[in-house]
Design a protein around this ligand. Sequence first.
Ligand code: DLL
Length: 435
Amino acid sequence: MYWNQQEECMPVELLRQRQLARLQKTVARVYERVPFYRQRMDAAGVKPADIRSLDDLRLLPFTTKNDMREGYPFGLFAVSLDEVVRIHSSSGTTGKPVVAGYTRADVVLWANVMARTFVCGEVTSRDILQVAYGYGLFTGGLGAHYGAELIGATVIPMSGGNNKRQIMLMQDFGTTALACTPSYALALAEEAAAMGVDTRQLKLRVGFFGAEPWPEDMRKAIEQRLNLKAIDIYGLTEIIGPGVGSECMEQNGLHLFEDHFFPEIINPDTGEVLPDGERGELVFTCLTKEAFPLLRFRTRDITRLIPGACPCGRTFRRMEKVSDRTDDMLIIRGVNVFPSQIETVLLAIEEAEPHFQIIVKREGPLDELEVLFEVDEQHFSDEVKRLQAIEQKVAREIETAIGLRATVRLVEPKTIERSMGKRKRVIDLRKEQKP
Ligand code: DLL
């Protein structure tokens, strides 16, 4: 099932031609309209006419989050505000937030790529889709909303929060598809259980989860607890919001909607472009956006492009699930650790619930790694000796995985904060502790 078979299954050669034509047009447009890009390209000694093939993309300089901050709020827009019909913004953990603008055509494009996303999960006009991503400046809620409406599905614009009501509407309205962050999906499953609702009695069939990393074991937990098929969807405010890529029913990599957003994988240290199959930092160039078309934007997300065709028939290249960002890497006592390594260990421990928190702090001269996790009520009522044995098992496996000893603490069920948006995997107290 496709939203637009001609576009999604286009022969690769034709797709490349189309991408090149769009790239040339966009580069010429931003060179003319955005002083930032003209200066950067002039400094690099490259003119729009130098882009003769898709490989010539690498002649262009990268754009970074920092450039975005310097241009705050509208400096990188390629149209006047007259033509901008919508603004979104991401919170930005440090400094100023990122501001994205959309023209009327951009909003239409966005609805289309989100319609593609939902059709990847076989949503039709007969579906009832509950949008539990936050509505507002965050792109999740409205992005999902317009895509689902375009298909003709019945949209329930719930936004995040009010968990009991979310479950009640699922029961009363017969929700068949759910869109929210994976952590919120788990919180909703927990709420259903607390309300005594058997999720097998609900009509949920498919869920569209993204906005944060969620490893395979978390997918299993969500699929089992909510009794649905969990599809990974990807996107970012700078590029358009959700709708940059999505898994299909094969659940084997996310198709990137590369007729609009051209992907590259680079070595994050050298900037060198890597061949398909190699892992590195994901970079996007917008090929069709009007208001805020970024060239070679460094996402900081780490992934690889999966070589080979997908049985679903879509010709868009797939990327592997994103599990980390370059700026997520922790250096603890000199050892490089990605949160996903600890997460993978915890999710594989049978007794552990998929709720945990990683805390890094400084004790005297040394970094201290602390891992909090929950077990379910049933295990928690076990005798102390059993609980200590579980803690020790977790500590051992973490040490094997990352080569560092962690203080592991099993905490009471439901004490780790639940999130209705993106969860905070790591609390790094060292920054505050620095003199
Ligand atoms: O999170 C857009 C979005 C909304 C995507 C709803 C999917 C669903 P930002 O707030 O700008 O935009 O955050 C973008 O979130 O660079 C990734 O690090 C992370 N991210 C997004 N989707 C995924 C995913 C939205 N499926 C940043 N897997 C990105 C892992 C993801 N990380």
